[in-house]
Design a protein around this ligand. Structure first.
Ligand code: IPE
Ligand code: IPE
Ligand code: MG
Length: 244
């Protein structure tokens, strides 16, 4: 149902080719569009993409400029392509240029009746910031007497996250060779299957998504329970037991 991707490795892909890192981001946009089409083709319900983290403000100015141009641009492109994609934005407006915020909100508005793929773009997103903001909102509600802190459920907490209806992540993929989650969806991905790929993001296309989903299909999710084993004679059965 829900694949989330840390689109990493743009800079290293470019550097390895003697190109500026910003070229990696531009090529990454093409990968993004192809993966979105692949998700539509395979009938995925939710695709969540990490495009810009709250930590990424530490990048050099030219890189920030490219990202703040390319991210709203690709969102706009998906909206104008008239594909059945509902765009959502997870992140905070603080520090984002006003036109970027506008583009993201416009895309949410313009695609809100689409029922195919839900594409959640994580832009200026930080997982801890998301959880902290939810806690602050609930604390205010409690002070106002609208929420009873003694009976707060996980479900009620999740309603205060950036995109409340985002389901749990089934498969979390990170491209680019690093094996960490970098503050991505800590609430939603607690039980996600993790898949780390060496492929840098600009070299990814829809087949990478399909391969990843195939690998996911071969995994066994236990959620703290025990694996269901195929029906077979137990090695204990019959030992000393009367046969009837
Ligand atoms: C991911 O690629 C894109 C963003 C973080 C915005 P990077 O730019 O992090 O590429 P590497 O990891 O340096 O290769
Ligand atoms: C994670 O990649 C953020 C995005 C892909 C948007 P980074 O490249 O910023 O992650 P770290 O800093 O290497 O962990
Ligand atoms: Mg990186």
């Amino acid at each position: 149902r829900h694949v989330a991707i840390v689109m990493d490795g743009n800079g290293r892909w470019a550097t390895a080719r003697g190109l500026p890192r910003t070229d990696g981001h531009r090529r990454g946009v093409e990968a993004l569009v192809d993966v979105v089409h692949g998700a539509l083709e395979i009938g995925l319900e939710h695709l969540t993409l990490y495009a810009f983290s709250t930590e990424n403000w530490k990048r050099p100015a030219d890189e920030l400029q490219t990202l703040m141009y390319e991210i709203p641009q690709v969102v706009h492109r998906l909206v104008t392509e008239k594909v059945d994609v509902r765009v959502r934005w997870a992140g905070t407006p603080s520090r984002l240029p006003a036109d970027v915020v506008e583009r993201l909100l416009d895309a949410e508005r313009e695609t809100r009746d689409h029922t195919g793929l839900t594409l959640t773009m994580c832009v200026n997103y930080g997982g801890r910031a998301e959880i902290t903001a939810a806690a602050a909102k609930l604390a205010q509600e409690a002070v106002a007497g609208r929420v009873d802190p003694g009976s707060l459920s996980e479900h009620a907490f999740a309603r205060c996250l950036h995109v409340p209806e985002l389901p749990d992540v089934d498969l979390l993929v990170r491209t680019g060779g690093d094996q960490r989650t970098s503050n991505f969806l800590p609430w939603q991905a607690t039980y996600a299957e993790l898949l780390f790929l060496d492929t840098p993001w600009p070299a990814v296309d829809r087949r990478t998504l399909w391969d990843a989903m195939e690998q996911y299909a071969r995994r066994t999710r236990r959620y703290g329970s025990v694996a269901r084993i195929p029906a077979q004679a137990s090695p204990l059965s019959g030992r000393g037991a009367p046969t009837t």
